[in-house]
Design a protein around this ligand. Structure first.
Ligand SMILES: Nc1ncnc2c1ncn2[C@@H]1O[C@H](COP(=O)(O)OP(=O)(O)OP(=O)(O)O)[C@@H](O)[C@H]1O
Ligand SMILES: [Mg+2]
Length: 397
């Protein structure tokens, strides 16, 4: 069983590459599902299918070829099904506070509800062993970060808050019923959340197991896109998900000799080199800009050939997580795994949120999470096969 997420900035080619990878997996005889996590679904368009097909199917998987299904989750449908009581309660609160009923229902779709619906599907498919490969076409970076944060934050909410909330409501309900117009949630509200949580059991382990789940970061050889790719990488590391490849898409091929594109080609060359340097040791796959947009089976198969060449799209290209962020009491630590070391002198420099670590010829760039970026590295030591960097005290002390 394999799960691969295709993530990156808007428009870099996530849907096309996820779809192409699916076509290639299915061709090998693997039972393959491509699932869209982007509310603005475009898988159907990528396969050049009729949109009404999906609408009629109410967001269930549809078969598009031998061994290959695609799924675009229908948010409204899923929210009604999974979040019924929670949605009802929140919209009643909004409605009481004077918001029009239809708008209240719309607003009561909280961030995260859609993502939970997709996670429920994934968890079920894994339990049923229904597919050999599940490929996830992610929303642009910001939203997909919310997606991967849900298993962790849900666990926290359930452990720390949920029981307390439930108990308070039990005690408070008889009193507040008489005093306030605002209703407290009924038991059904809590039951719904409890049921959802039970059905999500284990998803955090699945998503952070590098033997099952990998992230492929899609990027283009351009400054602004590269920056966002670094940021995405940092967040995936933070959530302990393994990035098994960086895919540089839309590289102008050698055959483009038009003078108009000469500068573009120089720029691309520069950022390809930069990407290789920044993401070392993660494998980099390079994909040319094809001669036309990528739409339909034939184009997708061609794109897959360009991405993977001879090797298997479902394989784990890389299973290490080279960076780990930890917090011990008030200090933060960053562990960087290194295969071998001869020198012992660690050189650290930090520019804004970027940390550069140098040991002889070994050099790594790490984009730091916000709460660590405000601190200065206060020491580094080498332990076995890793460098441990400490960020002590707050705000640079
Ligand atoms: N290597 C390529 N060669 C030619 N065209 C490409 C290539 N990769 C992607 N495209 C085209 O670029 C456009 C955007 O690609 P795609 O929809 O896959 O990006 P996306 O990252 O999923 O976008 P969004 O963030 O909007 O979901 C599409 O028209 C697609 O056909
Ligand atoms: Mg897309």
């Amino acid at each position: 069983m394999r799960i691969v997420l295709f993530a990156g900035k808007g428009g870099v080619g996530k849907t096309s590459i996820a779809a192409a990878s699916g076509v290639a997996c299915a061709k090998k005889g693997l039972a393959t599902l491509i699932m869209s996590l982007d509310a603005a679904h475009s898988l159907v368009d990528s396969f050049d299918l009729d949109k009404t097909l999906m609408d009629k199917n109410k967001g269930k998987p549809i078969r598009v070829a031998k061994n290959l299904s695609i799924q675009e989750v229908d948010a409204q449908e899923e929210i009604a099904k999974n979040w019924g009581e929670v949605h009802k309660y929140i919209s009643s609160l909004l409605n009481i506070s004077g918001i029009d009923e239809v708008l209240a229902e719309e607003l009561a779709i909280l961030p995260g509800m859609e993502e939970v619906s997709s996670l429920l599907y994934i968890n079920r498919y894994v339990a049923q062993k229904r597919y050999d490969v599940i490929l996830l076409d992610c929303a642009p970076t910001g939203e997909s970060i919310r997606f991967i944060s849900i298993p962790t934050s849900l666990e926290w909410y359930m452990k720390k808050l949920f029981d307390i909330e439930r108990r308070i409501v039990k005690v408070a309900r008889p009193v507040t019923k008489k005093l306030y117009a605002v209703p407290l949630p009924e038991d059904a509200y809590f039951d719904t959340i409890q049921r959802l949580f039970d059905r999500l059991e284990g998803i955090d382990r699945i998503m952070s197991d590098p033997e099952i789940t990998s992230v492929r970061l899609i990027t283009n050889p351009e400054k602004i896109i590269l920056k966002e790719t670094q940021r995405a990488y940092m967040y995936f590391s933070l959530y302990k998900m393994c990035v098994d490849a960086v895919i540089i898409n839309r590289i102008f091929p050698e055959a483009v000799e038009d003078g108009y594109f000469a500068r573009w080609k120089e720029t691309q060359d520069r950022y390809i080199k930069k990407t290789e340097e920044l993401f070392k040791p993660i494998p980099i796959l390079k994909v040319p800009m094809l001669s036309d947009q990528v739409v339909g089976m034939r184009d997708l198969a061609k794109l897959a050939q360009e991405i993977y060449g001879g090797f298997d799209p479902e394989q784990i290209i890389y299973a290490e997580t080279p960076y780990t962020f930890r917090k011990v009491k008030e200090d933060y630590f960053l562990d960087i795994k290194i295969p071998f070391l001869t020198k012992k002198e660690v050189e650290l420099s930090k520019r804004n949120e970027e940390l550069i670590v140098r040991i002889g010829g070994f050099k790594r760039h790490v984009l730091l999470p916000r709460n660590i970026a405000t601190r200065k590295p206060s020491g580094a030591k080498i332990e076995h096969n890793k460098i441990v960097i400490k960020f002590g005290g707050s705000h640079g002390s």
